[in-house]
Design a protein around this ligand. Structure first.
Ligand SMILES: Cc1cc2nc3c(=O)[nH]c(=O)nc-3n(C[C@H](O)[C@H](O)[C@H](O)COP(=O)(O)OP(=O)(O)OC[C@H]3O[C@@H](n4cnc5c(N)ncnc54)[C@H](O)[C@@H]3O)c2cc1C
Length: 452
């Protein structure tokens, strides 16, 4: 008989923690999961899901405009931010309810409290003061938005956390950052009618993406009316009436209603008691784990964003599932972090799998590049000035497709399917051998004949 209260105590009921807890319980473990905020974690409550809902909302603006070219006459339009937020909140509450139900159904005990690791096998609950002992502790506390500390008036700004709950739509908004969350929120606000400026300290948006995708995405945002300010940082924010006066490092001053920082995220490991137990953290505060999710202390494990490896929901879920397999199903399982598809739900959107051209070259590959840019059929009728861009990065020796990069409508949907081929190590010949599906944008992926 075990001398512990529990086989597993999970801290954080987000993507990784919920999956690990449910699967561990399914394998017969006695499990409790502790959640300090809301069940479902970042993805469900203030990440992927509410964001995608708002992306959908923002794209109607283009749909109404484009309809004219197809003979539709769209009458006066009115948008209610309050209604969007209320409906979004209702959907999020429904999903949270499902998460709670599924945890209960699997036999996992949910404890709503903040947890601190009190020792290698002990977790303390902050509100109740109760202490639990467990054979294994899983740290699945995710990440939180990071705002640079040296900005005067930074407390006047919001992050993505608050953006989902603004009482009113800002008529002028500044989004600070160049990563995918910044691009997505700039697209959301702009599509919904806010005058939007994106400020980024780098030379271009979306560091780490293929250089051509980065430049084209920026151009598409600008075409849609987003002001993109590069090589500039926010120096100060001052309240001015009901607005905010923002001074940038290039001297420019912008007066806006909201400033949203999307300047990166940090792992949630502060005040968690990990270092006191000897758990090794890296310079960003992430829990250092081996390929099985084991930290430097026996019995303390971590999955998901708190390990700061690939910070995406499906990855956290896989890592959680692998941990449960390893610990409770006698099946040591690791997660392969290669060739994970990813999307940027800007307007238009980006779908990517594998290596960008510059990264492939830097890794020593001789590469063949195949690419195309074309006006989508829908735009030929609507008259919209936009292009779909597709690029294949192919290893010149083996002909293996190392990367696929798509910018344009439905890129995320396309890339999920392309990712199967890339994961199977498909070659350019395999793409060529696949018959096109006509008429579609995706068919261009199998019709790329000429090396760039
Ligand atoms: C705006 C935004 C958009 C995103 N869009 C996408 C997307 O489109 N696709 C995608 O794949 N990923 C997206 N992500 C990333 C995705 O949300 C995360 O990768 C994912 O949620 C990580 O899961 P996790 O289990 O590691 O952590 P989380 O889901 O963050 O869960 C951690 C949980 O731990 C809880 N917690 C923290 N500390 C404690 C404590 N001491 N005690 C108790 N509980 C605690 C938190 O309240 C939270 O509920 C997005 C993120 C953001 C912020």
């Amino acid at each position: 008989m075990s001398s512990f209260d529990l086989d597993l105590v999970t801290i954080g009921a987000g993507s990784g923690g919920v999956r690990a807890s449910r699967m561990a319980a399914t394998h017969g473990a006695k499990v409790a999961v502790i959640e300090a905020y809301r069940v479902g974690g970042t993805c469900v409550i203030r990440g992927c899901v509410p964001k995608k809902i708002m992306v959908y909302a923002s794209r109607y603006a283009e749909d109404f405009e484009d309809a004219g070219g197809f003979g539709w006459q769209v009458g006066p339009r009115d948008f209610s931010w309050e209604k969007l937020i209320a409906n979004k909140d209702r959907e999020i509450a429904r999903l949270e309810g499902l998460y709670r139900k599924n945890l209960g159904g699997a036999g996992v005990t949910l404890i709503e409290d903040r947890a601190v690791v009190a020792g290698p096998n002990r977790v303390r609950l902050v509100k109740s003061g109760q202490e639990l002992s467990a054979r294994h502790i899983l740290v699945a506390t995710g990440g939180h938005p990071f705002v640079p500390p040296d900005i005067e008036g930074r407390e006047l700004a919001i992050t993505s956390n608050e953006a989902f709950h603004l009482a009113a739509q800002p008529s002028r908004v500044m989004v600070v950052g160049g990563g995918y969350i910044a691009i997505e929120f700039a697209g959301i606000f702009n599509g919904l009618g806010s005058k939007t400026v994106l400020v980024h300290h780098g030379a271009d948006v979306l560091r780490g993406f293929d250089p051509e995708i980065r430049a084209r995405m920026r151009a598409e945002m600008q075409k849609r009316g987003i002001e993109v300010v590069l090589n500039a940082a926010v120096v100060s924010i001052k309240a001015e009436g009901g607005a905010k006066r923002v001074t940038l490092s290039d001297g420019a001053v912008h007066v806006v209603d909201e400033v949203m920082f999307a300047t990166g995220r940090r792992p949630c490991t502060q005040d968690l008691g990990l270092e006191a137990c000897g758990v090794k953290l890296d310079s960003a505060g992430a829990v250092v784990v081996d390929s099985f999710g084991q930290s430097s202390v026996q019995g303390i494990h971590a999955v998901g964003d708190v390990t700061n490896r690939v910070n995406l929901t499906p990855v956290a879920i896989r890592e959680g599932a692998a941990l449960a397999e390893t610990l409770f199903n006698k099946n040591p399982t690791t997660v392969d972090h290669a060739d994970i598809p990813t999307a940027v739900f800007g307007t238009p959107e980006i779908g990517v799998v594998g290596l960008p051209e510059d990264a492939a070259r830097a890794e020593g590959h001789a590469v063949d590049i195949y690419k195309t840019a074309f006006r989508p059929m829908r735009a030929t009728m609507s008259g919209r000035d936009t292009q779909i861009f597709m690029k294949l990065v192919v290893d010149a020796d083996s002909q293996r497709v190392l990367g696929c990069h798509i910018l344009g409508e439905a890129a995320a949907e396309m890339i999920q399917c392309v990712a199967i081929a890339v994961k199977m190590r498909a070659t350019k010949r395999d793409f060529d051998a696949t018959v096109a599906l006509h008429p579609s944008a995706a068919e261009e992926l199998v019709l790329l004949k000429t090396k760039a």
